[in-house]
Design a protein around this ligand. Sequence first.
Ligand code: HEC
Length: 81
Amino acid sequence: MRFTAHARAHCAECHGVETSVEDFSPNADAPDFSVVANTPGMTERALVVWLQTSHPTMPDLIIPPEVRDNLVAYIMTLKKK
Ligand code: HEC
């Protein structure tokens, strides 16, 4: 799927992007996406805002809006029911 490929290409060097196994980010400072998704109060809106702003610890990510929305939707699928 497109967004998984995108996450793998652009996020996986730091974040654990794929599995639901926690604590698997290559960069210890970058939270595993399943951890992000399961942060209490985390919403798609909050993720979109995060990805639209710049962060000292993360490279400025230039992500086309439709890809961003897919990434955000993907991250939220990692949320445990
Ligand atoms: C060069 C390393 C690096 C890359 C590449 C990277 N990140 Fe990050 N990311 C980080 C770090 C480090 C943090 C923790 C920042 C902090 O807490 O201040 C972070 C935090 C985040 C957070 C916030 C988590 C939270 O709990 O608030 C999100 C969402 C996120 N990254 C998404 C992405 C996405 C999506 C991509 C790919 C398009 C990506 N990141 C690529 C290093 C990276």
